[in-house]
Design a protein around this ligand. Structure first.
Ligand SMILES: CC(=O)N[C@@H]([C@@H](O)[C@H](O)[C@H](O)CO)[C@@H](O)CC(=O)C(=O)O
Length: 310
């Protein structure tokens, strides 16, 4: 594999889809769907950046080898189509994370992100920072993002505390993907952030509140299938049309609260994407269970009743 030139350091903004990992019906990674997936996001959803191998991509259920093959394919097929491909390289093992970070640099990713390890959890901010530093230091030319998702990791270090002095430790630090609902911490991250950093929000059902706090963009799973509507939300907010922005945000909430009553997990989420997009992303991988047909159908019906065609 040839080593690519370091990615240009562009600020990550706007709507970023956290992609699902395509699997065959036998549960193997399905690379053939990736090019179609990218076209779908760009043409039908107006999404121009992707966050791959994250939570939605079931990274923790993939082998390191699978994650490399997937990252390579996403970067290759996104070339000339997507503005940015950020590869999540977080693992429970520091060595695995470093291997994936080096690999992301070799394949021309635009950035890497790292989640807090959550089996042996860092018990202090310093321990978490040291872990992130060790990963970032093997790919020093790649913009580095901390992936904050405390409800999943159980690591409750505040984003703002993590940011304190971080650039001295990680010169490639470029921001946080903040998938938490603590809007005070989020606001403090934005207020502390440097002009070349991005603070992106990852709880799709309350994006508007984060925009009011100054979010530079949004990363989420639902942007795979409601991206075009959320783009309108962001545009309305930018233009100061809060009524329109709120109307769209309330629709997102209506869909998600309906889905949550029917056990909205990754299996259901992925099936909704399959149904809406017509792509063949397959089932999730165990331990995530496939979505029962009846659930998928009623959520799909709700989706169509709330969101007309883009
Ligand atoms: C816990 C979780 O999966 N959160 C999602 C959200 O997009 C979430 O699906 C959405 O807000 C619906 O609850 C993202 O923050 C995750 C994400 O960006 C990723 O897959 O890396």
């Amino acid at each position: 594999m040839s080593v690519m030139a370091p990615a240009a350091d562009k600020k990550l903004t706007g709507l970023v889809a956290a992609t699902f990992t395509p699997f065959t019906t036998q549960g193997e990674i399905n690379l053939r769907e990736i090019a179609h997936y990218i076209d779908y996001l760009k043409e039908k959803q107006g999404v121009n950046s992707i966050f791959v191998n994250g939570t939605t991509g079931e990274s923790m259920s993939l082998t390191v080898a699978e994650r490399k093959i997937l990252a390579e394919e996403w970067c290759l097929k996104a070339k000339g189509k997507m503005d940015q491909v950020v590869v999540h390289v977080g693992c429970m093992s520091l060595k695995d994370s470093q291997e994936l970070a080096q690999h992301a640099a070799q394949i021309g990713a635009d950035g890497i992100a790292v989640i807090a390890p959550f089996f042996f959890k860092p018990t202090t901010t310093e321990a978490l920072k040291n872990f992130l530093h060790e990963v970032a230091s093997v790919a020093p030319t790649l913009p580095f993002y901390y992936y904050h998702i405390p409800a999943v990791t159980g690591v409750n270090v505040l984003g703002r505390d993590l940011m304190e002095g971080i650039e001295e430790l990680i010169p490639s630090f470029r921001g946080v993907k903040f998938s938490g609902s603590d809007l005070m911490d989020f606001g403090q991250c934005v207020s502390y952030s440097q002009p070349h950093w991005s603070v992106l929000y990852g709880v799709d059902e309350q994006l508007l509140a984060a925009l009011a706090m100054g979010a530079h963009g949004a990363v989420g799973s639902t942007y795979n299938y409601i991206g075009c509507h959320v783009n309108e939300l962001m545009l309305a907010f930018e233009k100061g049309n809060l009524i329109q922005a709120r109307t769209i945000q309330f629709k997102v909430q209506e869909l998600l609260s309906f889905a949550k009553k029917l056990r909205f997990d990754l299996g259901v989420n992925k099936q909704l994407m399959n149904e809406v997009s017509g792509l063949c992303l397959g089932p999730p991988r165990l331990p995530v269970m496939p979505c029962p047909h009846a659930h998928a159908q009623s959520i799909l019906q709700k989706y169509h009743s709330i969101f007309p065609e883009c």
